[in-house]
Design a protein around this ligand. Structure first.
Ligand code: NAD
Ligand code: A1AUG
Length: 545
């Protein structure tokens, strides 16, 4: 230690997105890594508690969602005993992690970003592609670029926060110490973004906290490789404890600890509500009020105005609804389009959707791949079958599915005859877009319907060349989306440029990868030093005249 320096970080550049163009060296490298991971013997993934490998013997298979015959790994599943050990390990590691200068913590995460940008990029991308069925481009923007951006921008925003200090005067010195929280943080992560999985334990850790990280069962493969990268970057034992397991089993044990300082969650609204209510039930037992940060589901929309450019709109609908099989919390799943406008674009749009290629991630010509697992396949296809039967809706494109080799569902379009049909209201989390046609004279009314139809408030977009229409949508939809886009698809937020998150049923809107998020993992202490303490308790007005 020797904390006698002031150190400022430059604002980072966003990590450039590699295009993996045919013939490029990077494409070749990624293809070779995919083949290596697929062909190697299935790996065994342990838990990491206090830096030690722990094997419970309760082994679970990890297979490719797009090819059931490929066994990638087996992971050891944690139970209540390991959950308690992980909490203890996090508390033990905190004692020394907390004592490091902040530049030491930051440099470990800078090194992680550098390793991911360089020698680990192909491995983390390939494991995301195979384990979560992502195309090369979707893996690149997630497990490489967004995760690198989270690492670098968190460091930068943290250095800015630390330098934010109150005024002092001639007679007093005032300062704020940005303490990590007292206790440990529980990071509970989703399957769909490796970057989010890395960020949820990482953001509290760079602030000086230690974490218990419970990855989603269907993303353990890539999350394990990322954890190995953190070890190589020099992350000390126990700062992040890797604990694959069933949420319902290990969650209550961890949430029951009196040392719980916060929960950093991303996943479904129902799981977050369950966690919130467990924390509520335990509230008398905690030393602090645990910070609850959760980014959850969405029912993301695109509203087309009659002045919208049809090519821009069609491109946004296709990419926003079907990239990564619609399994982004930000994916477009409902769209409101003027009736006359629709009749001009319907044929072309449906043809383009019909032509989307679907298959294995190792064939780079596929635009879409498989959905994540059997439960997702069952849930999504139930919505499709419901629409097939319903009077209020019809399927106008796609609608077929097949799980014999992998969990494949065709990009599907439902035309709803009621703006409140269930696929206009409920999160499906799959490649299903529902369209509702409105009379172009009812634009203001459709904005209200859009605002009131679903409980979520995550992302949404207006497509219009008419500025009055843009302004009206922006005003009427003030609370309908935490990320609102004008003439752009509502997916693909970039760290440092479109801070991401929503309110209503979509979360606490603390904006991942921003200074506001980091602030949730810090507990400021104000310190005043009086340079001339008063020596008499009286006031001047008490003096006799
Ligand atoms: N708003 C955002 O930024 C954002 C980003 C990504 C995903 N999501 C949302 O995530 C959902 C999809 O992800 P998912 O299927 O992994 O979500 P999920 O809620 O099923 O699981 C999320 C995590 O919670 C764990 N979990 C489940 N029950 C638990 C319990 N009782 N206690 C503790 N942990 C528990 C799971 O094992 C997993 O690690 C969608 O609803 C999507 O909209 C939101
Ligand atoms: N931040 C991502 C979505 C994350 C949720 O799945 C986007 O903007 O598309």
């Amino acid at each position: 230690m020797g904390n006698n320096k002031i150190f400022e970080l430059e604002r980072p550049e966003n990590e450039p997105v590699l295009d993996y163009a045919p013939g490029s060296e990077k494409r070749q490298e990624l293809k070779e890594e995919l083949a290596r991971l697929r062909e190697q013997d299935p790996i065994e993934i342990p838990l990491y508690i206090g830096g030690e490998e722990v094997k419970t013997g309760d082994l679970v298979d990890i297979r490719c969602p797009h090819d059931h015959s490929i066994l990638l790994a087996r992971y050891h599943r944690a139970g209540a005993e390991e959950a308690e050990m992980a909490v203890e390990a996090a508390l033990e590691a905190k004692k020394s992690w907390n004592q490091l200068d902040w530049e030491d913590r930051v440099s470990i995460f800078e090194r992680a970003a550098s390793l991911l940008s360089g020698p680990w990029r192909a491995t983390v991308n390939a494991s995301t592609m195979l384990g979560q069925s992502k195309s090369a481009h979707q893996a690149e923007i997630d497990s490489a670029c967004e995760l690198i951006d989270f690492l670098r921008f968190n460091n930068y925003f943290l250095s800015q926060l630390y330098s934010n200090q109150p005024a002092s005067t001639e007679t007093e010195i005032n300062m704020i110490e940005y303490r990590p929280l007292e206790g440990f943080v529980f990071a509970v992560t989703p399957f769909n973004f490796t970057s989010i999985a890395g960020n949820l334990p990482g953001a509290p850790a760079v602030c000086g906290n230690t974490a218990v990280w419970k990855p989603a069962s269907s993303a353990i493969y890539s999350n394990y490789y990322y954890f190995k990268l953190l070890q190589e970057a020099g992350l000390p034992a126990g700062v992040i404890n890797f604990l694959p397991g069933k949420g319902r089993e290990i969650g209550p044990v961890i949430l029951g600890s009196e040392e719980l300082a916060g929960v950093h969650f991303t996943g479904s609204t129902s799981t977050f509500r369950e966690i919130w209510s467990q924390v509520g039930q335990n509230i008398e037992n905690y030393r602090d009020y645990p910070r609850l940060v959760g980014e959850t589901g969405g029912k993301d929309f695109v509203i087309a105005h009659e002045s919208a450019d049809p090519d821009e709109l069609m491109t946004a609908l296709i990419r926003g609804a079907y990239e990564y099989q619609g399994q982004k919390c930000s994916a477009i799943s409902r769209s409101y389009i003027p009736e006359d406008y629709w009749s001009d674009m319907e044929e072309e749009l449906l043809q383009k959707i019909d032509n989307l290629t679907m298959g294995d991630v190792e064939d780079f010509s596929n635009f879409v791949n498989a959905v994540i697992d059997e439960a997702a396949f069952e849930k999504i296809t139930e919505y499709i079958e419901d629409a097939r039967e319903a009077d209020e809706a019809e399927i106008i494109c796609g609608g077929d599915y097949d799980d014999s080799e992998g969990y494949f569902i065709e990009p599907t379009v439902i035309l709803a005859h009621s703006p409140r049909y269930r696929t206009m209201r409920e999160e499906i989390f799959g490649p299903v877009l529902t369209i509702y046609l409105y009379d172009e004279e009812s634009f203001a009314e459709i904005l209200e319907i859009c605002d009131e139809t679903s409980p979520y408030g995550l992302t949404g977009a207006i497509f219009a060349r008419d500025r009055q229409a843009v302004d009206l949508a922006r005003e009427k939809l003030t609370y309908a989306a935490g990320n609102f886009y004008i003439n752009d698809k509502p997916t693909g937020a970039v760290v440092g440029r479109q801070p991401f998150g929503g309110a209503r049923a979509s979360g606490t809107n603390d904006k991942a990868g921003s200074r506001w998020n980091l602030m949730r993992w810090l507990s400021p202490r104000t310190i005043k030093e009086n340079l001339r303490p008063p020596r008499d308790h009286g006031y001047p007005f008490l003096d006799e005249e």
